[in-house]
Design a protein around this ligand. Sequence first.
Ligand SMILES: C[S@@+](CC[C@H](N)C(=O)[O-])C[C@H]1O[C@@H](n2cnc3c(N)ncnc32)[C@H](O)[C@@H]1O
Length: 204
Amino acid sequence: MGFSEGLAAQLSLPQGMVGLLLGGAMDIANRVPTRLALDLLAPQDGERILDAGCGTGAALVGLLRRADVRAVGIDPSVTMLEAATRRLRGRALLIPGTVERAALAPASFDGALLLNVLYFTDWQGRMAAAIYRALRPGGRLVAYVTHRQTMSGWRFAQAGKHRLFDRQELASALVAGGFVPERIWVQEVPVTRSIRGLLVRAVR
Ligand SMILES: C[S@@+](CC[C@H](N)C(=O)[O-])C[C@H]1O[C@@H](n2cnc3c(N)ncnc32)[C@H](O)[C@@H]1O
């Protein structure tokens, strides 16, 4: 496996020492998108919020700083969940596995985050469908992906592991999961001078 393929595989499922180092790097690289996503989610005291693909738990920590929420993280990477467990120290419920396969009670969340995770969804929209089911009516999803124009310049993103998005493709991925177009708002956000991102808010 070449470097780009290895990096793409680690980003989709961080493992071992390399995965742990990558998790730390993602925490730094994803600081701005995470802050913007939490602003958009605007969590309120008492809400139950899911972070699907929580990685090392950085967004969960940010979430708990903003409001007294009941926080839940899901991630299939043992390495990431161990890091999140050390970091959260019991302040969030952490569930191993993919969001598609997790036994989440229907309509049991007020909000959900999907940060840098939709790259790994299938074309049937099963990831968005799992979030849609888990949200209560009126519950909101906030997701972030880096724009395909930026990702196209990154070799690891060409290794076949990442699905890429422009505004329309991102909205379509959510529609495939059950969200209706009228309740999906996508915005482009500058992350750095050379990195453009997409933030989406969708309401069930
Ligand atoms: C690129 S990292 C992003 C981590 C973190 N959300 C962030 O923005 O820094 C992607 C994470 O999603 C997790 N992941 C991949 N597929 C997933 C799935 N189907 N359900 C939940 N998490 C998934 C990976 O294990 C990894 O921790």
